[in-house]
Write a protein that binds this ligand. Structure first.
Ligand code: ZN
Length: 315
């Protein structure tokens, strides 16, 4: 049995972060992403769940955060068993614009060469490592334009994630069976692609044998989600990795905007497999996306209480 071709690429990346306001200001006002959904953590309704993406909230562009400040969650440690970097796609020739914009806002920027390409790396307000990489082949449009950002430099969304594992030889065979193909290696890094490849369909696996073991907490990525066309495909993947790898996979969970299963890969990173549909316009029009707090039906009945417990933030 094979599940080749079912995984089409990335769906979203989800991080545990500190304050809601700093998070919103960084991803919306500085990086120019669109807040495409304001909701709460379905497993902890005292905590927001922010979804940032492109104008039409296409899966693969999406980066999501749980701002856990005030909930007794400690700062995490970035290391093995985790996504260590989230890299955004940028139009060709826009790197200097981003470097200047970030520095003007007091963000320290490091330039690094990898796979023969230039990357910018910096930290978000919670300490997450974020990168920018020019990719002229990224065709995900339209992007979302905000203050001071034009079409020539707007970031279309997440390009890829890097995750670190202790032992590549146990993780790479799993990823190949799961649906990612090895494309290129550079020192500690192995680049892999699913589906049509390129922006939004790429992962980079880092040999993390020299890194500390990751500890979940503020300023760390919790999981990375990969996209499939349907729940039937998710169930085929669940059966395959349970049978072939002996990995426990959760039942299908209703995330309202998609349906998901979760599991830990060999190497400990939490993976989610999420359906492309029904999508973020199931409860808002494109124009309305992210403009007010949306709750699933089972929480809507307690809206007043839920709103009272949230910290609030200014747009
Ligand atoms: Zn998720």
């Amino acid at each position: 049995m094979s599940i080749k071709g079912l995984i089409k690429g990335l769906h979203h990346v989800t991080a545990t972060v500190d304050g809601a306001q700093e998070d919103y200001d960084f991803y919306v006002k500085l990086l120019g992403q669109r807040l495409v959904k304001e909701t709460v953590n379905f497993d902890n309704e005292k905590v927001y769940h922010f979804y940032y993406g492109n104008e039409i909230a296409v899966p693969s562009t999406i980066f999501t955060t749980f701002p856990y400040r005030g909930q007794g969650v400690r700062k995490g440690v970035i290391g093995t068993g985790q996504v260590t970097e989230t890299i955004y796609s940028a139009p060709k020739g826009s790197m200097l614009f981003w470097k200047n914009r970030l520095q003007r806002h007091g963000v320290d920027v490091i330039e690094e060469q990898r796979f023969g390409e230039s990357y910018l790396f910096f930290n978000d307000p919670s300490g997450l490592v974020i990168g920018i990489l020019e990719d002229e082949t990224d065709t995900r449009e339209p992007v979302w334009l905000s203050d001071g950002i034009t079409k020539n430099n707007a970031l279309p969304g997440v390009h890829h994630v890097t995750f670190a594992v202790e032992n590549l030889s146990e993780t790479l065979p799993f990823l190949e069976a799961f649906g990612y193909e090895q494309i290129q290696s550079d020192g500690l890094y192995t680049r892999m692609e699913a589906g049509v490849g390129g922006a939004g369909n790429t992962i980079v696996v880092q040999d993390g044998s020299e890194l500390p073991r990751g500890i979940n907490g503020l300023g760390t990525v919790h999981h990375v989600a990969h996209r499939v066309a349907s729940i039937e495909d998710s169930l085929k993947i669940k059966a395959f990795i349970e049978d072939e790898f002996g990995i426990n996979v959760t039942e299908v969970k209703d995330r309202k905007y998609f349906q998901s299963i979760y599991f830990r890969i060999p190497g400990n990173v939490i993976f989610e497999v999420a359906t492309e549909g029904p999508g973020f316009m199931v409860d808002e029009t494109n124009e309305e996306l992210g403009t007010s707090l949306k709750l699933p039906d089972w929480q809507e009945v307690r809206r007043e209480q839920i709103e009272k417990n949230l910290t609030g933030f200014n747009r």
